[in-house]
Design a protein around this ligand. Structure first.
Ligand code: APR
Length: 308
């Protein structure tokens, strides 16, 4: 294949990302994990699935980084997951060490790669990746907004008898419980959500979206969501490799947008071959600006806890 995507962390999210990606036949895949034999086993199993779906994709599993050499995209999804009752931020210190190591190793092997970061707390880990790799901000993007928006779309679809294709939702802000689902920009076939749904129901959808990750953690008991997060990564990978100029919500480094600086934060970005081509800014209502500021304060606080 023309492209190579390396996925660091071959757990639930990493392996499922490989699965969705192999199904799309857009890149060869390398899965890296610290557990001996596990990435090799998952890669071989997936490789053996390719003849059934007639896809010519090479999938390699490894405990070291050599096979990741010259990757076009590095996906970082190595780390610990939330246990019930734990916030994404509780994971900060442990996952920072894992992400630091993954970044140091991958940038050495693939100095031209674009990074898609998934490990939580997402906005902080994306910031750490940028610092450790010493890359310009457009080369790092955090996956969160597509997932949060997809959850909101799913909840809206559960209420209305309308195709998910017609439901467009936009969730900005940090990937935490203070994220900001936009109820007026979000729409069904062009009609704003706040004109379609009664306020109480819309409020419940907003709240469920904010707590969407926690809802899955509580149900699973061990581990966190992986199907929706991983397919969201694949949409980003595809947009980059195909140079689609696709506008999606994602975590990006801000330099003055919405009055915010020096944090990774969920905004609308345009993705293409160079990574983030631009940040698309909305004209938000004052209550939305206030919610954005509150969410940003929490991300900035966590980012300041990083030891760089
Ligand atoms: N290098 C490579 N892989 C590592 C390292 C490391 N230093 N440390 C841990 N891992 C691997 C683990 O061995 C495990 O296989 O990361 C994998 C994580 O997989 P899961 O425990 O299944 O977790 P997953 O659901 O995939 O989530 C991983 O993504 O969405 C986020 O919040 C989630 O931060 C979490 C991450």
């Amino acid at each position: 294949m023309k492209y190579k995507v390396s996925i660091i962390g071959a757990g639930m999210t990493g392996a499922t990302t490989a699965h969705w990606l192999a199904d799309r036949e857009i890149a060869d895949i390398v899965l890296v994990d610290v557990v001996k034999g596990m990435p090799q086993g998952k890669a071989l199993d997936l490789q053996e699935a390719m003849p059934v779906i007639n896809n010519d994709v090479k999938i390699i599993g490894s405990n070291d980084y050599e096979p990741t050499k010259n990757s076009d995209i590095v996906v970082i999804t190595a780390g610990l997951t939330r246990k019930p009752g734990m916030s994404r931020d509780d994971l900060l210190a442990a996952n920072a060490e894992i992400v630091r190591k993954a970044t140091e190793e991958t940038i050495r092997c693939s100095p031209d790669a674009i990074y898609v970061v998934l490990t939580n707390p997402l906005d902080v880990m994306a910031f750490l990746t940028m610092k450790v790799a010493n890359l310009p901000p457009h080369r790092i993007v955090g996956q969160a907004g597509i997932l949060d928006s997809a959850r909101m779309r799913a909840f809206v679809a559960m209420e209305l008898d309308v195709s998910v294709e017609n439901i467009h939702c936009y969730v900005l802000g940090g990937h935490g419980d203070e994220m900001v689902p936009l109820t007026h920009f979000s729409n069904v076939g062009g009609i704003p959500l706040d004109e379609i749904l009664p306020a109480e129901l819309l409020g419940a959808i907003v709240e469920r979206t904010r707590k969407g990750g926690g809802e899955i953690v509580d149900l699973l008991k061990t581990g966190s969501a992986f199907y929706a997060p991983s397919v969201a990564v694949v949409q980003m990978v595809e947009a980059i490799l195909k140079d689609k100029h696709l506008i999606v919500p994602a975590s990006a480094y801000l330099n003055g947008e919405y009055g915010l600086k020096d944090i990774f934060f969920g905004v609308m970005v345009q993705l293409g071959q160079k990574g983030i081509e631009k940040i698309v800014e909305y004209k938000l209502a004052s209550h939305e600006v206030e919610a954005i500021r509150k969410s940003a304060a929490s991300v900035a606080d966590n980012t300041s806890r990083l030891r760089l």
